[in-house]
Design a protein. Sequence first.
Length: 253
Amino acid sequence: MREKIVAGNWKMNNTMEEGLKLTSEVVHMVEDESINQVKVILATPFIHLSNVSKLIQGVDNVYLAAQNCNEHKSGAYTGEISAAMLKSIGAEFVILGHSERREYFNESNQLLKERTDTVLNEGLRPIFCCGESLEIREAETHESFVCQQLTESLFHLDADSFSKVVIAYEPIWAIGTGKTASSEQAQEMHAAIRTHIAQKYGQEVANEIVILYGGSCKPSNASEIFAGKDVDGGLIGGASLKSRDFVDIIKSF
Ligand code: PEP
């Protein structure tokens, strides 16, 4: 049985007070509504991590993620955050290569390869984002584009390290646009990703890799998307900012 994961990516939203309120609400709902078969991950802005970490302590299935991490171990990189710092405050996951970071901060497959290594070396698990633009989807080259992202950033890993990676397939045209991929489109891409992984690492490893869908996922469409046999959960942006919506998505399995 593969893990099921729903991760909320707050992006650059929430003051400290708002973030802690949202966390408390999510924790209470997860506990009160006996949600225990899905790993819930909160990917907060850096400054919230430490306080959110305290609020989720002792809650079995709620985990903490950063939204990014520098590729260097430590040193003179003003304004940056290292994997060791994230680990020291209780983060267990790090989102890498979100399309907003690829686009606005020029993150390349090569840079993400280095960040993946840094995160894994610190014992943290990357949530590695991949996905195509509308232009690429319309040119029908989305499968090879996404497979290339995975090959260039992840396929240098040995099978043991690769098994720790969570993949998030996020078609860029569906992020924050209200335009969701259909459940067929999501399942088709997830299956293609799993096949690509199987060709490199074998079917057994591929069967265990968690592949999340991201892009305008909400309570009204989550169960249909999550029903895909290769869809193991979601990376949720906008809807993760409202506790009820986020928890309803978690309950969509
Ligand atoms: C995201 O940013 O990872 C995302 C999926 O955003 P949204 O759910 O808002 O489309």
